[in-house]
Design a protein around this ligand. Sequence first.
Ligand SMILES: Nc1ncnc2c1ncn2[C@@H]1O[C@H](COP(=O)(O)OP(=O)(O)OP(=O)(O)O)[C@@H](O)[C@H]1O
Ligand SMILES: [Mg+2]
Length: 429
Amino acid sequence: MQDENFSLVITDLKMPGMSGMEVLKAIKVLQPEVPVIIITGFSTVDTAVEAMKNGAFDYIAKPFTPEQIVEKVRKALAQRAVLLENIFLKKELGEHHGFDLFVGESKEMQKVYRRIIQVAPTDSTVLITGESGTGKELVARAIHNNSHRRDNPFVAVDCTSLAETLLESELFGHIKGSFTRAIQTKTGLFKVADGGTLFLDEISNISLTTQAKLLRVLQEREITPIGGTQPVPIDIRLVAATNKNLRTLVSQGSFREDLFFRLNIIPIDLPPLRERKGDLPQLIGHFLTTFSEEMGKEIRGLAPDALALLEEYNFPGNVRELENIIERAVVLAEGDLIQKEDLELRVAGNETGGGLGGYVPQNVDELKETKRQIRERAVEPIEKAFVLQALKRNNWNITRAAEETGMLRPNFQALLKKLRISARNQMGN
Ligand SMILES: Nc1ncnc2c1ncn2[C@@H]1O[C@H](COP(=O)(O)OP(=O)(O)OP(=O)(O)O)[C@@H](O)[C@H]1O
Ligand SMILES: [Mg+2]
């Protein structure tokens, strides 16, 4: 299944070498859209039911008639057709409008895709809710990229990162001299996003005063820069996101109810990953491919017990956490399979992490450093040989060497610099 595509798999449960359950799990990573029918004997009916939970299409108990199996195959292929259509819908969303592809075909995510397609063409305000790492920003961009505003700017503002006054001057702009640090007139992001989409991320973090101002902007569809007197009309589509429950904040008095209603015209709620585990295999497959390619490693997949570990995990950090776990695992993996030990999950009671014989990066910086070292060790010698040969063939003439390798001269020079090759030194040698 790594090399070829199949429409359907029929597998027995008890087999030498690899059980039908393991086959099923591997298939769900490699070609998740392929329906799997499990053949089971009387003694393994429980396992077959378990297999259904793991994404098998159906099971058939021995002994069965040809008619029975033909019927099941027919059904499975019909379902596959529907699924492929949905994948097509999703690709449509992605490829035509150039945003990072969504991965996952679960019912929950299909609802999200359908919503995006429905609301994108309108100018209605959208409120995206969901736990951290569930893909809120991805949705915001998808809405923009599928709207008639797609050729105008998509401006994202993280409302947490700025203090109140700064946020206001960022959003609405200010006139030169309107306050001490206003040395120059500044165009507000509302104006920068004119004709496009303004994405207010973590909207729950704005103060009550800024909330009042935002509400007025949404009602009047015009902004007055700080220190200014003339309101300027704006033409933006507002998309907001939050990982907090705004209703609760409203009842606690820290979020204005009228603003909440203005924002919540079209709600899109992103389900946490633990509630759509059916998407796991595909997401894992997606991130495995991405990171293996990025790091130039050939990773075939996950060892069965590693996969099982991920399936039990509840992902408090959702897709972003899964992404990080796989990235780290690809860095750490020594063979062509990710082992249980390469996954460092934050679960109490799980004895991963401690049992790692080698060095385990603890944070992003260390992870980057590890990646850099791996790159240095694996890729750089190859690059170096490649560059040196090109230079030698061209008598150390950088322009000609760059031309011969098909690289632009500045890129070629950047590569020389990175590899610490200096043409003059080499000539001297
Ligand atoms: N369905 C998905 N398919 C593929 N990648 C996804 C999906 N959902 C999220 N991601 C990836 O997970 C990461 C987190 O997504 P995103 O930044 O959109 O989440 P978020 O909800 O805005 O998180 P936060 O609340 O932490 O800001 C990104 O790298 C994104 O590309
Ligand atoms: Mg976000």
